[in-house]
Design a binder for this molecule. Structure first.
Ligand code: SF4
Length: 204
């Protein structure tokens, strides 16, 4: 499968937040990686599709920051995390050496079956507890928690978490800054309407 070419030891990210309760169980560090080759209709993260956008960040520095945080886990979204599977596997390796108790949730547009035998994806998958897989299909968005559309699967890759612990409803938060806005979590219908209002689609 495809892999982004980044300088050694660096990962291309869009942004991250040190702690959120909108992307899984408890308080979690969340990172949105930059770059995605899928073109899901009405993708809510279009600005994260470019493989040239975002910024390069040192994997070691990011790991140091994560291990210093008072959090329950890590959530990885994008963009497409598996385009940078090698870097994310390294990031999780460094983090788990010091904080093995941190559980990991990762969102991908690929199917698990497409990833499980890939040389870069395998070490990354081995450090993930929950994988939410499959491309977003707007027509199948049923408002359920943890995933954007009903074709996507919530796969337990370890026994760290159980079905009973999953959030019962979607949570999301929109952050407005001077020249941009960002959304954390899987959007509800009303949040999607708000995003469309402010998105570049509106300007086209
Ligand atoms: S996989 Fe995610 S980021 Fe990529 S186009 Fe689809 S919804 Fe957007």
């Amino acid at each position: 499968m495809e892999h982004l070419d980044t300088p050694e030891g660096q990962i291309r990210i869009s942004w991250y937040t040190p702690a959120t309760e909108c992307l899984g169980m408890g308080k979690r560090f969340a990172v949105w990686v930059q770059g995605c080759y899928k073109c899901c209709k009405n993708c809510i993260a279009k600005q994260l599709q470019s493989t040239k956008g975002g910024e390069l960040k040192s994997v070691a520095e990011l790991a140091d920051e994560i291990v210093s945080l008072s959090i329950d886990g890590i959530s990885i979204s994008g963009g497409e995390p598996f385009l940078q599977a090698r870097e994310l596997a390294n990031l999780l390796k460094l983090v788990k050496e010091k904080r093995p108790e941190l559980g990991v949730i990762t969102y991908t547009g690929y199917l698990y079956e497409e990833l499980k035998d890939d040389e870069y994806a395998k070490p990354f998958l081995s450090r993930i507890d929950i994988l939410v897989d499959g491309a977003y299909v707007e027509e199948l968005d049923d408002g359920a928690p943890m995933r954007g559309s009903s074709n996507q699967r919530v796969l337990f890759l370890t026994d760290r978490y159980s079905n009973e612990e999953l959030p019962k409803e979607r949570k999301n938060k929109i952050i407005f800054e001077d020249d941009y806005f960002a959304m954390i979590g899987i959007p509800s219908e009303s949040t999607k309407r708000l995003i469309k209002l402010f998105s570049s689609d509106k300007e086209e």
